[in-house]
Design a protein around this ligand. Sequence first.
Ligand code: LLP
Length: 415
Amino acid sequence: MGNFSYKNGALHAEGVNLTALAERHGTPAYVYSRAAIEANWRAYADACAGRDALVCYSVKANGNLAILNLLARLGSGFDIVSGGELERVIAAGGEPGKVVFSGTGKRADEMARALEAGIHCFNVESEAELLRLDEIAGQMSLTAPVSIRVNPDIDPDTHPYIATGLRGNKFGVDHEEALEIYRLADRLGHITATGIDCHIGSQITSTGPYVDAVKKLLALLGHLEKTGISVSHIDIGGGLGISYRDETAPDAAGFAGVISDLVPARYGIILEPGRSIVGNAGVLLTRVEYLKANREKHFAVVDASMNDLLRPSLYQAWHDIIPVSERADGAQAEYDVVGPICETGDFLGLGRSLSLGPDDLLAVMCAGAYGFSMSSNYNARPRAVELLVDGERGHVIRERETVGQLMAGEKILPA
Ligand code: LLP
């Protein structure tokens, strides 16, 4: 549990008692640990020390400004997939020169803004995108630095929705087509190919698929170099998994070490980790509203829902759910932990052995990545407050949304 632990039966984030935090700020609430985020980022950076390497935190995992700012202070780069994420990085004090822009559908205005900001590299996913980028850079009298995102056709052995490096996926260009696209890039006046890129998926729990992918990229670079085209960096993407339940994922240091050993020293390395930086650094606090049972089941109806944490409903993802105060009596039952949303698929966990009473607080663990960032306002539910614990102090890093904010942009037709 890392920076989340029980002290005298009370769950703490670093030095802060989570019951006290929930009483002060209400629930549902996301709580993150600064120490955990920083340690996770440093594990990558330290493992790459001595190499020309850039750890680009993947903003989509959790784009809160306070978190981006902490990482920027450590010297992190950022992996973005939209103009909105670029503005977040800039607002948080991140350096545009350390930003890589991934994504299959970059709009013209997003490209122009990224060029104007002077980002490090565009990870280009199709020939059409390359041509558009050349045109826009030309209009701005600039040259766009690019990597071609290659689809290495490798099975990362993860949930099908988050496997991205297979031939049937929408991402990147086929391995076989990549040479042609580099040749095209070489002919275009406002493009300079600086790297090669892949991202094979997410929640990957072994290094094998990465090793296979890197070998394919290196073979491709070998062919390219024979035709007189060379690049200076290899971007391996993100995707390293974490342990939600009983998975054993390689640690960041071991993983970065394997990559660093494989990639010849003449190339710089870019990594784009998201989940492995913030995943285990956050929990979702929720309070039991009602306990109920039918002939088949016990339900704990809690105040967090699929709009707050979509992963269990969307990917059947398993998050540990633990009491914030350990109960002495300990009589357990099997509960489906469900939210108030009107969908049968609205659950945080099914069949969990818990000892519960009304108003109890629960912590949904490992919720720091793709938790708040995938939350929605379904059922007109304002999004949760976000809190960042730093030692003995808890800081509000995003106020709880209000219903007024949800309706703010809406207009009624004139009578
Ligand atoms: N780079 C690119 C190009 C990506 O598409 C992603 C994630 C990352 C880096 C970061 O991957 P990570 O290190 O976080 O695995 N919502 C899903 C995960 C979707 C991942 C999308 N791409 C989930 O909750 O499991």
